[in-house]
Design a protein around this ligand. Structure first.
Ligand code: NAD
Length: 496
């Protein structure tokens, strides 16, 4: 008898095994050992979940009949319940994902804000009456839900990235099928116990666990799915975008990045050092917004690198469940190998690892998948370690000689998710904010996000935005209604 925790997924309000009965193991990155069994969903499970979601959203259903105010209140109730369950959810994220308890205990409380904010927005979605240019005609618009939304989530911040999709999708009146990452499904399944307690109608929120091609793709291709809200790599995003196009679906794509952090000679150097460390070593560099390219004025390059190495070298590695730990393990074995491969590539390309550059063998890291915080100097922007997303604690340092070169290097990349600028010169800050090709520009700060502020990518970093009021429209479609008050229908052969 296995002592692994046995999870079930949720279809139409029921906790179920996969149709095939198959499961797969979820591993704890700190111990590199399995701790849970997850149902291995496939097309049959996806079909059942989409059918349940479709039925739950049809006219006459409990969900469809709710007023926008009651729907919003229910979503806000979920937010309140999440606040109470935040500590328990944080522990699951640490166990399953290797994220730091110090960060998760704050993040799991904060993510409740997405449900509060979008719950509050549910009854503020208003159409318009248009003073139309036709006599005896009344013209108005209404916003309607899209239908069934597929939420496909990656492993690096499972519950936060789910909240960015689920809260607005529900507020807009859609129903949902969630496909969490195969590496980190447990927290979403724990989250569903809270959804159940809060009392959403059956079928409004479903979860199918499993792998990308077996469970994710049938979901994308299902004819009753109207929208795919995806966060993940640009390669997977491209496959999904093509499949969605074939079936004419709406999409939001939150993809990868290789964000530049620009440090100018006039910057407050100590603050900039902290900002660069936070950009690349927080969350073990496994964030889409990782500031993985440090562009630094050549006049302060040596001093800056020295201070950066000194601070990064103090990072405490070890058990992510300990509040004192600052750099935790890599979430999964393939990603761990990928990071170490990129470190080898960097060395072969001629860059110099002035910090780290090896896997971590500190005793406090145990059997976990740890990589030493790594800083490469002597990097050219065309090297692979400067152009490709590593998604780990590996920083490429590239000097620049003037502002033009800084902007050119920053933008000379396929991605455009985020950028950081460290300067005390307001004019320079504003010019950089204008000219950097990125969906988010942070000036004298880094790695700040909010439910109120739109987030998303330029270029290959994505399509559409998450968070902020306006993005609710990404989950709605507009209908226009024409009413004639004329007593007679005019010439039928002429456009009115
Ligand atoms: P991934 O693309 O491998 O997987 C993401 C999700 O897609 C998983 O649930 C996976 O099972 C599913 N999937 C994989 N192949 C699929 C297919 N063919 N059809 C349907 N679904 C499929 O990404 P990952 O490795 O889990 O996450 C890391 C990536 O996510 C990085 O590139 C990172 O930059 C990106 N990311 C982006 C943001 C953002 O908001 N822009 C945030 C976090 C992570």
């Amino acid at each position: 008898m296995s002592d692994l925790k046995n999870y079930k997924m949720v279809i139409n309000g029921d906790w179920v095994d996969s149709d095939s009965g198959e499961t797969f193991e979820s591993l704890n990155p700190f111990t590199a050992r399995p701790w849970a069994l997850i149902p291995k969903g496939s097309k049959a499970d996806v079909d059942a979940a989409v059918e349940a979601a479709w039925e739950a959203g049809r006219p006459g259903s409990e969900w469809h009949s709710m007023t926008a105010s009651s729907r919003g209140a229910l979503i806000q109730k979920l937010g309140n319940a999440l606040l109470s369950a935040a500590d328990q959810l944080a522990e699951i994220e640490v166990l399953d994902n290797g994220k730091l308890i110090a960060e998760m205990s704050v993040q799991c409380k904060y993510l409740a804000q997405w449900y509060q904010y979008f719950g509050g927005l549910a009854d503020k979605i208003e159409g318009a009456v248009i003073p139309i240019d036709k006599p005896s005609t009344f013209n108005y618009t209404v916003w309607e839900p899209l239908g069934v939304v597929a939420c496909i989530v990656p492993w690096n911040s499972p519950l936060l990235l789910l909240a960015w999709k689920l809260a607005p999708a529900l507020a807009a009146g859609n129903t949902v099928v969630i496909k969490p990452s195969e590496y980190t499904s447990a927290s979403t399944l724990e989250f569903m116990t809270i959804v159940e307690e809060v009392g959403f109608p059956r079928g409004v929120i479903n979860v199918v666990t499993g792998f990308g091609t077996e469970a994710g793709m049938p979901l994308v291709e299902h004819e009753k799915v109207s929208k795919v809200a995806f966060t993940g790599s640009d390669i997977t995003g491209s496959h999904i975008y093509q499949a969605a196009a074939k079936h004419m679906k709406h999409v939001t794509m939150e993809l990868g990045g290789k964000s530049p952090n620009l440090v100018f000679a006039d910057a407050d150097i100590d603050n900039a050092v902290k900002g660069v460390v936070s950009g690349i070593f927080a969350a073990t560099g496994q964030t889409c917004i990782a500031g993985s390219r440090l562009l630094v004025d050549e006049r302060i390059h040596d001093e800056f690198v020295e201070k950066l190495v000194a601070l990064a070298a103090t990072a405490k590695m070890g058990d992510p469940m300990s509040f004192g730990t600052e750099v935790g393990p890599v979430t999964n074995l393939p990603q761990y190998k990928k990071i170490l491969d990129y470190i080898d590539i960097g060395k072969e390309e001629g860059a110099e690892a002035v910090l780290g550059g090896v896997k971590a063998t500190r005793p406090e890291c145990g059997d976990g998948w740890f990589v030493e915080p790594t800083i490469f100097t002597g990097v050219k922007n065309q090297m692979r370690i400067a152009q490709e997303e590593i998604f780990g604690p590996v920083l490429s340092v590239i000097p620049f000689s003037d502002d033009e070169e800084a902007i050119h290097t920053a933008n000379d990349i396929i991605y455009g998710l985020a950028a950081g600028v460290w300067t005390t010169d307001l004019r320079r800050a504003m010019v950089m904010a204008e000219r950097l090709e990125a969906g988010t520009v942070w000036i004298n700060t880094y790695r700040a996000v909010s439910y109120m502020s739109p987030f998303g990518g330029y270029k290959k970093s994505g399509i559409g935005r998450e968070s902020g009021q306006e993005m609710i429209k990404e989950y709605l479609q507009q209908k226009c209604v024409w009413i004639s008050t004329a007593t007679e229908v005019p010439n039928p052969f002429v456009l009115r």
